[in-house]
Design a protein around this ligand. Structure first.
Ligand SMILES: O=C(O)[C@@H](CO)OP(=O)(O)O
Length: 251
């Protein structure tokens, strides 16, 4: 049996628009981002791709993107499962910093190492920073979160390590039950998932960028291997242009 998995990065956020490193800071969608989410949902409906269940992070840009897209697809009523494990990569001390200024201050190599290396995290964010999530009740142990063990910074490797247990325990069973699964998440948590699905090397994943608000559809075989490497965007040309723009942020 083929399984259908749809990945959707949130629409443009206020900090995407301002070109700031965001990570776990819970910023809202812009009007353009809301429109992207609606358009993504319309594309799903037009393609006859109707999610049976949606998994999101605990961040409003993904939560609201899922709601807007599902409403546009007339699937606003399906079950929602949320987890901090789908959150954006914690960007450490870069959270709240301007990407262009960071590039100018630290240079291309350090900037790209922090942004796209597999295993080098940015410096940790101090708990007394205005951009810290330490103590945020949504990440408490009583709410199913990591509590005090919550990250203060992460590299992509760390994201994969915290995401995969959720994939195995919550998403795989939905796929195996024959459900069409929508994962509404973030640039780097979806890069972690794509790396896993397509078995992309630690070096090659640096070159992969995911555009905002564009559904990426994977048909998976019985072993949950993609039948088409890299999946398929419903609007491939627009997705390629938007992914290139993500790659060029800061320039
Ligand atoms: O700032 C962030 O949290 C992410 C996604 O917007 O940025 P980048 O693409 O630079 O990893």
């Amino acid at each position: 049996m083929a399984h259908t998995l749809i990945l959707l990065r949130h629409g443009q956020s206020e900090w995407n628009a301002k070109n700031l490193f965001t990570g776990w800071v819970d910023v809202a969608l812009t009007e353009a981002g809301r429109a992207e989410a609606v358009r993504g949902g319309e594309q799903l409906k037009d393609a006859g791709l109707l999610p049976d269940v949606v998994h999101t992070s605990l961040q409003r840009r993904a939560i609201n993107t899922a709601a807007l897209a599902l409403d546009a697809a007339d699937r606003h009523w399906i079950p929602v499962k949320r987890s901090w494990r789908l959150n954006e990569r914690h960007y450490g001390a870069l959270q709240g910093k301007d990407k262009k200024q960071t590039l100018a201050e630290f240079g291309e190599e350090q900037f790209m190492t922090w942004r796209r290396s597999f295993d080098t995290p940015p410096p940790p964010l101090s708990d007394d920073s205005e951009f810290s999530q330490a103590g945020d009740p949504r990440y408490s142990v009583s709410n199913g979160g990591p509590g005090e063990a919550a990250p203060r910074t992460e590299c992509l490797k760390d994201v994969i390590e915290r995401f995969l247990p959720y994939w195995d325990a919550e998403i795989v069973p939905d796929l195996k039950a024959g459900k069409t699964v929508l994962v509404a998440a973030h640039g780097n948590s979806l890069r972690a998932l794509v790396k896993h699905l397509d078995q992309i090397s630690d070096d090659d994943i640096a070159g992969l960028n995911i555009p905002t608000g564009m559904p990426l559809v994977y048909r998976l075989d019985a072993d949950l291997r993609p039948t088409v490497a890299g999946g398929e965007y419903l609007d491939p040309e627009a997705a390629a242009a938007a992914a290139a723009a993500v790659a060029n942020q800061g320039r």
